[in-house]
Design a protein around this ligand. Structure first.
Ligand code: BDR
Ligand code: CA
Length: 319
């Protein structure tokens, strides 16, 4: 194992774009994936966990600890995104039955264990609601020094998607998001500002499918499924929101990043869950977020195609 690998922990609520983000992550040997955990979000926790086990089985992941996380947000009522991802959270192609199981620890305990054991600070990569990450910071404040940063998908400085002001991941658990954004940890935010531009069009799905093999075929089917929902809203492709949080780790040069002070609105009749960016320095605070604002879409598509091509021979790419 190269000593230059970046240790990371993946946390998500798969979800089509979560699944493709993990395909991307496991294709890059520069990332040392210490563990994977789930959170309620796109679907209830039992479903996102089953989806994780099926995705890991598809990718041939065997020896990485997998954990189930929070069942519900810290304060608010749980809601899901079945309208986007289907009742299972990952409707579409049939996936293999799980051949891997959970490690026996909950997500927070697993993260704490992995952080404690790691010689190097670890990057946390949450691509669902931030409930587990906030829980970790509350339960183990002493482990903050072992966290290199947070590369996350969530929020939007210029727009929302679930409400005019709020993006889904943040709206599900705004209190958790506020804890993370106020933690002082370095945060790289792949919000809707960039992720709405990180889409694959039907001709791009064709490139993915043409790679051939099990993983490429399923990724192309996920893209088709995800696109059907977005097409009705006028999109010309399937936005792979969550994959941008991985791109920030493996190919940041294709991204445009702006440093901003961001606060999460936890109250408000219209704006609960909004990520409020202080673009003009009105709050007089030091930026706490590297907000990704743009992506070279052509390079992004190439990266996804390159990632699925790495699975052509079958089996795990990045143990
Ligand atoms: C986010 O919400 C979920 O539906 C997606 O998986 C992504 O993490 C986009 O708003
Ligand atoms: Ca997600």
């Amino acid at each position: 194992m190269s000593k230059d690998r970046t240790p990371i922990i993946l946390d998500g609520d798969p979800g089509h774009d979560d699944a493709i983000a993990w395909v991307l992550a496991f294709a890059w040997p520069e990332l040392e994936i210490l563990g994977v955990s789930t959170v309620s979000g796109n679907a209830p926790i039992a479903r996102t966990t089953r989806n994780m086990l099926q995705i890991m089985t598809l990718l041939g992941v065997r020896d990485i600890p997998l954990a189930q996380g929070a069942q519900r947000p810290i304060v608010g009522e749980m809601f899901t995104a079945a309208s986007v991802h289907g009742d299972s959270g990952l409707d579409g192609p049939k996936l293999p039955e799980p051949k891997v199981g959970l490690c026996g620890l909950g997500a927070i305990e697993l993260m704490a264990k992995l952080l404690g054991e790691s010689a190097k600070p670890v990057m946390l990569v949450p691509i669902g609601p931030l409930t587990n990450i906030a829980g970790l910071l509350l339960a183990y404040p002493e482990l903050k020094a072992k966290i290199a940063g947070v590369s996350m998908m969530g929020g939007g400085l210029l727009m929302g998607n679930w409400t005019p002001a709020a993006e889904f991941n943040i709206l599900v658990d705004p209190e958790a998001a506020a804890i993370v954004f106020e933690s002082g940890l370095p945060i790289t935010m792949a919000g809707l500002d960039v992720t709405e531009k990180a889409y694959l069009r039907p001709d791009d799905f064709g490139r993915v499918r043409a790679v051939g093999g099990k993983v490429a075929t399923i990724v192309a089917d996920w893209l088709e499924y995800f696109y059907q929902f977005h097409k009705k809203l006028g999109y010309s492709g399937a936005p792979l929101h969550d994959a941008v949080a991985i791109v920030a780790l493996i190919q940041p040069e294709i991204l445009t990043i702006r440093e901003v002070y961001v606060q999460v609105e936890t109250q408000g009749e219209y704006c609960r869950g909004a990520t409020v960016g202080d673009f003009f320095g009105r709050a007089g605070r030091t930026p706490n977020v590297k907000a990704i604002m743009d992506v070279d879409r052509a390079a992004f598509v190439d990266l996804i195609v390159e990632a699925v091509a790495k699975y052509r021979g079958g089996g795990e790419r990045n143990a």
